[in-house]
Ligand binder design. Structure first.
Ligand code: NCD
Length: 360
């Protein structure tokens, strides 16, 4: 609960300070009007040149990132997957939490663009909140980092860091709060498969309460006009999510009353992993019961539109939130999500790092 409120508070009161002052010095004002994030720096969350969530990113800017990802996909399809676009730039991935696909995806994205990519992993136990995090990023800062890609178990940590570094900060997942590049790659996958997002029914099912993927997707999907249906155990549904409705976008965000209602007529079904590492005990009686009541199986998927997409951000717990036949079936686009993630992250890194060509 408190965490969810924090997430909303972060949206309403983006951090200000040193970095916000610097953002005003970038040459954005001279650029012609358009949909570039550089013309609307305030929309990129507080300091204005970071990607911390999708709440402050406009639909036009989201579209611009997705179109840029089209170009990046073309680069990825070449025999020699390399461009010098970010040659001379340094990207640091700073992960305080376990990750396979997200960290590797950012690393690959940076390397294909010709940047130097340095991976730093830190164990959560060695980090005391606040001070030591600040020391870590200040050390990195002295190495002239252009983009800092950061994952942290505490919601809001990248916002704190963004106020203290010159580098552009990309939130690669902060606690239960946000995971904007996951939402962008999900949007990209839905759009490329279904021809668009507006008007589509997207069901997000499972542990919505603790899911940063769900939160960023709610912002992104509703901004792009999708109708988002949420469903999960009552103990894992954030009661204050409907409050986001007026601010999210033209799409609706509704809670379904049952699994069948959530899946019925859906254009895409996005299943979430139970975030056991973030939960207090007592949310669920048993995993067996969870999979029976809230799991996606072939029978339930038949209620969705023919050819509906089956999505999952990974890692999957097959047999719990999704049955193996559905996870690996013809409608699953889970591997495509991973592949699209590299192109989308290339687009994000390019937008944030290339700005330094004129501004730093
Ligand atoms: C997600 C995450 O870390 O938030 N995974 C990912 O980024 N691929 C979802 C999860 O861990 O369940």
């Amino acid at each position: 609960m408190a965490r969810t409120r924090n997430a909303v508070a972060t949206r309403e009161a983006p951090p200000a300070g040193r970095a916000a002052g610097r953002a005003r010095k970038t040459p954005t004002a001279k650029r012609p009007e358009g949909i570039s994030p550089f013309t609307q720096p305030e929309l990129w969350n507080g300091p204005g040149r970071h990607l911390l969530d999708l709440d402050h990113v406009s639909p036009q800017e989201i579209t611009e990132i997705l179109r840029s990802a089209d170009g990046m996909k073309e680069v990825l399809s070449r025999r020699v997957r390399k461009t010098p676009a970010l040659r001379g730039k340094t990207i640091v991935t700073l992960f305080f939490e376990a990750s396979t696909r997200t960290r590797v995806s950012f690393e690959q994205a940076g390397k294909v663009l010709g940047a130097d990519v340095i991976n730093v992993t830190a164990s959560t136990s060695s980090v005391t909140k606040g001070e030591s995090l600040l020391n870590t990023v200040r050390t990195l800062e002295s190495m002239h980092v252009d983009v800092l890609v950061m994952r942290h178990p505490h919601s809001g940590a990248p916002y704190f860091v963004a106020r203290h570094v010159d580098a552009a900060v990309v939130n690669a997942g902060d606690g239960t709060h946000a995971h904007p590049t996951q939402a962008l790659l999900d949007l990209y996958t839905i759009e490329s498969r279904l021809g668009g997002v507006a008007g589509k029914k997207i069901a997000i099912i499972g542990d919505v309460l603790y899911s940063r993927v769900a939160r960023s997707n709610i912002w992104g999907l509703s901004k792009m006009g999708a109708n988002v249906t949420l469903y999960g155990p009552p103990t894992l549904m954030p009661p204050d999510l409907p409050d986001l409705n007026p601010a999210t976008g033209p799409g609706a965000v509704v809670h379904a009353a049952s699994m069948d209602e959530a899946v019925d007529g859906a254009d895409a079904v996005m299943m979430l992993r139970i975030q056991r590492e973030r939960q207090a005990a007592g949310h669920l009686p048993s995993m067996r019961e969870y999979s029976q009541v809230y799991g996606l199986n072939a029978k339930r998927l038949a209620l969705a539109r023919p050819g509906a997409l089956v999505m999952h951000p990974g890692p999957m717990n097959e047999g719990i939130e999704i049955s193996p036949d559905v996870a690996h079936g013809a409608q699953a686009v889970i591997e495509e999500q991973v592949a699209n993630g590299v192109a989308v992250r290339m687009a994000v890194l390019y937008m944030l790092a290339a700005r330094g060509n004129s501004g730093r």
